[in-house]
Design a binder for this molecule. Structure first.
Ligand code: MN
Length: 378
């Protein structure tokens, strides 16, 4: 494992846009591609060229930007699809076909042999045209392992650069993931990309388990946008690799919040306050004990700094606050509270917070202070 570099392929513009109810305007697709490039993403899956129209136009324009990131087009295992990708000027193609019996029988209504044949033909065509190739084993997590190994071996022989291991329905957990990926790599030596879905809340954990088993690529989206419960989130994977696994990919993480907000707006989604890494509550502390700890040393309740992901620390004053937080908050307003004043205010703050069922705004705190001073007669 020493010396290998984990690479990130972002599919916000393909799997992310495939989310029910999400459509990006072409200008938004271009803006997002520029953001991904600036963040440090190794490869951007930009869309599905064979759809034609606006989709193909946006992909063409992204290819012309001359970004540092590799640009990948998504294709079914069919030569006309791949021809459309090549027409756009991409340097990489994803060639996708299902490998599970349930997909082969009911969706494709064909045989395992036919799947192998279609995949090999498509890969050979792409290889002849000199582009980087990811072969996507759709529903890999529900595929027979011996068949998947055969599929991967033939893909490699035909010229594939990596296999995208798709947990299409999100049914894996980290221990099974580790075993499958290790088995695949030992048997084929092919590079593996983890493509994990979050149906059971394990997309990021499964991606990390795959990396530990030897996968060198991780497929992600901004904010985990993607079909159903979504994909592994770019910001989660990058920050977990850095702070949990000690593997810094040198991303421009300070942009995470800004990019997450942009993609949330463009996709018509709210950015939930408790979203991992980029949620507005990540660095908001209300409880007296936590507020006190963070004021003494932020490391007591924070693993990384807010600046690292483009957020700000916030001591929130509300029902659970303590006198230490209130004193620090009023110091920001230029008011030095005595112990008695802090206690007097705290009682009022709690009563108002319960009444309003929320924490208090600055203006409300200042009003409470003025009331307190009036009642005391000074
Ligand atoms: Mn997917």
């Amino acid at each position: 494992m020493v010396g290998r570099k984990i690479k990130i392929v972002d599919t916000t513009l393909r799997d992310g846009e495939q989310t029910a109810g999400v459509v990006f305007a072409n200008q938004e697709k271009i803006r997002i591609a520029k953001y991904l490039n600036e963040l440090g993403v190794d490869q951007i899956e930009v869309g599905i060229p064979v759809m034609g129209g606006d989709e193909k136009q946006a992909i063409r324009e992204i290819c012309k930007l001359g970004l540092k990131s590799s640009i990948m087009g998504w294709n079914r295992a069919a030569i006309p699809d791949i021809q459309e990708s090549l027409d756009c000027g991409v340097d990489a193609v994803a060639i996708s076909i299902s490998t599970s019996d349930i997909h082969i029988k009911y969706k494709l209504q064909t045989t395992r042999e036919d799947v192998l044949e279609r995949m090999v033909k498509a890969v050979e065509f792409a290889h002849k045209n000199g582009v980087y190739i990811s072969v996507n084993a759709e529903d890999a997590s529900r595929s027979d392992m011996d068949y998947l190994i055969e599929f991967a071996r033939l893909a490699k022989q035909a010229g594939a650069d990596r296999l995208r291991f798709c947990d299409t329905v999100g049914i894996l957990e980290p221990f099974a993931t580790y075993d499958r990926i290790k088995t695949l790599i030992d048997a084929t030596g092919l590079d593996i990309e983890m493509h994990t879905h979050n149906d059971f809340g394990m997309a990021t954990a499964n991606a990390l388990a795959g990396v530990r088993a030897g996968a060198e690529w991780v497929g992600v989206t901004i904010g985990g946008l993607g079909e159903r419960a979504g994909n592994a989130a770019l910001e989660e994977v990058v920050m977990a690799l850095k702070h949990i696994d000690g593997d810094d990919l040198n991303f421009k993480t300070e942009l995470f919040r800004e990019v997450a907000e942009y993609v949330a707006r463009a996709s018509g989604r709210i950015l939930h306050p408790s979203k991992p890494i980029v949620g507005s509550n990540m660095f908001a502390h209300e409880s007296g004990i936590h507020g006190d700890g963070v004021l003494k040393n932020p490391n007591t309740y924070e693993v990384f700094t807010p600046e690292e992901v483009g957020l700000q620390r916030q001591i929130v004053i509300g029902k659970h606050s303590g006198t230490h937080s209130i004193t620090a908050k009023f110091r920001e307003y230029g008011i030095e509270l005595s112990g008695e004043e802090a206690n007097g205010l705290l009682t009022r703050v709690r009563a108002v917070a319960v009444n309003l069922k929320r924490s208090l705004f600055d203006k409300e705190l200042v009003n409470l202070w003025e009331d307190y001073c009036r009642e005391k007669g000074d």
